[in-house]
Design a protein around this ligand. Structure first.
Ligand code: OGA
Ligand code: MN
Length: 207
């Protein structure tokens, strides 16, 4: 990892340790943001995106009023650009583990497209079904985002809110079990990669 990226990872680690969340407004270079967005275009043209569902078990359903994005898992074989992205995420994982002893052992992520007006209502990423998710990670892939475009991530921190604009290159991380958050509707298409650093699933104790 180069010096600048190393410093950024250390800073994110310090923020996560101190307050449970952290933001880097320049985690990804513009060239990688553009490449990943064009990858989304290819995958979408190939029909790889599916409407996101909410709820668990028999209640699982697509409910656009609650969650209106479309998703595609970022899975092997990854492209060269995806490997670059995953390499930075891996370097950050090592930095977080070195500082926090979180036992983060892997990362899963998906591309998300929110059409104009689509939202994701206030929620927590750690459901009983997703108990291995320890740290949520969102990377934004939008060029020239302005405040008028809306589409903010609102993170509920104590009685306050932290507002994150989905500007290309920005990365936000937060403790999955601790912070409810929501995606506000945007006036234009909104692209991101949402993922989770996970710990190992608990093996039931022997009886
Ligand atoms: C999610 C999520 C936030 C965002 O995918 O679970 O909360 O800003 N995404 O896209
Ligand atoms: Mn979420």
């Amino acid at each position: 990892m180069n010096g600048a990226a190393d410093t950024a990872a250390q800073r994110l680690g310090a923020e996560l340790a101190g307050q449970g969340w952290g933001i880097d407004h320049a985690f990804l270079p513009a060239s990688l943001v553009a490449a990943l967005r064009s990858r989304i275009g290819e995958l979408d043209a190939a029909g790889a995106f599916r409407p996101a569902a909410v709820g668990a078990g028999a209640a699982r359903a697509v409910r656009p009023a609650v969650r209106g994005d479309r998703l595609c898992w970022l899975e092997p074989p990854a492209t060269a650009d995806e490997r670059l992205f995953l390499g930075r995420i891996e370097a950050l994982r090592l930095a977080l583990n070195g500082r926090l002893q979180l036992g983060l052992f892997d990362f899963e992520c998906q591309y998300a497209i929110y059409g104009p007006g689509a939202r994701y209502a206030r929620h927590l990423d750690r459901s009983p079904a997703g108990a291995e998710r320890v740290v949520s990670v969102v990377a934004y892939l939008n060029d020239g985002w302005t405040a008028a475009d809306r589409g903010e991530l609102q993170l509920y921190v104590d009685s306050d809110r932290v507002t994150v604009a989905p500007a290309g290159g920005t990365l936000v991380i937060f403790e999955s079990a601790r912070f409810e958050h929501e995606v506000c509707p945007a006036s234009r298409e909104r692209f991101s990669i949402a993922g989770w650093y996970r710990r190992r699933a608990r093996v039931p104790a022997p009886v």
